[in-house]
Design a protein around this ligand. Structure first.
Ligand code: UDP
Length: 236
């Protein structure tokens, strides 16, 4: 399958149409942004690392009953995916307080949440991705109530699977963001799962191993991404 035409260029990936309307190719870039594009830069080799990590995690979820858009890894930076009509809802799952949960509600960073918190955000950069609930999503015509229930059920299942997966690799899954889309009658998990979209803290030292190192200029960004890849793939 070859790239035919650029369909969409996002902050971290390009999406290309292929000769078959059912499939697209995601190309992972090194570009990094934070705070809704206010901070821009690049992380050397990030595209290669995030593609490798995603290409391990999507099949793992798929094998455990979560339908995803992943088809196969084509090259270092390219992933073949099923075409998705993206649902403009970002689903965030949190196990430990960090980021906007701390800023918005006053949790202490690192506070363990007895039950995971699932949040919905409107996927709209012009509006700064506002937090919303299912009533907003339905009123905006983004999804039906039953579809939102499906997204939340998948998000909870993905969280259980990923928490366990990362714990075995000495990483604490603090929080993460998911995107879903429609492919025919099906709802599939889309986008990527990587240190760009998840917070990981080293299980023993608590060291941040994700995009927070770029967001807050903590240094060692490339090394942290490479270490996550190493632990996820168990090689190199
Ligand atoms: N996240 C993301 N894309 C976004 C917003 C958030 O991938 O547009 C991820 C982020 O990396 C973190 C989780 O979702 O793992 C929760 O992010 P939070 O709401 O705390 O936002 P932040 O503090 O990063 O602005």
């Amino acid at each position: 399958m070859k790239k035919e035409r650029l369909l969409h260029e996002g902050k971290a990936k390009k999406v290309f149409l292929t000769e078959d309307a059912n499939f697209v190719i995601q190309e992972f870039k090194d570009d990094a942004t934070a705070f809704n594009n206010k901070k821009k830069g690049s992380i050397v080799n990030k595209g290669v690392v995030n593609n490798a990590i995603s290409c391990k995690l999507f099949p793992y979820l798929q094998e455990n009953g979560v339908p995803t858009h992943f088809v196969e890894k084509l090259s270092d930076r390219d992933m073949l995916c099923k075409y998705l009509d993206i649902i403009k809802i970002e689903v965030v799952v949190r196990n430990v307080a960090a980021g906007s949960l701390v800023r918005r509600y006053g949790f202490s960073e690192g506070a363990v949440l007895d039950d995971p918190i699932i949040e919905l955000y409107l996927k709209d950069d012009d509006l700064d991705d506002p937090l919303m609930n299912e009533h907003h999503a339905i009123a905006l015509g983004l999804a039906s109530y039953s579809e939102i229930e499906i997204l939340q059920a998948y998000a909870a299942r993905i969280n259980s699977l990923l928490k366990e997966f990362f714990a075995q690799r000495k990483l604490r899954l603090v929080d993460f963001k998911l995107e879903f889309g429609r492919h025919g009658e099906e709802i599939l998990l889309g986008d990527e799962i990587s240190p760009d979209t998840c917070r990981f803290w080293d299980l023993d030292t608590g060291e941040k191993m994700d995009k927070d190192r770029f967001r807050f200029d903590l240094g060692g960004v490339e090394d942290a991404y490479a270490e996550v890849r190493h632990r996820v793939l168990g090689e190199d």
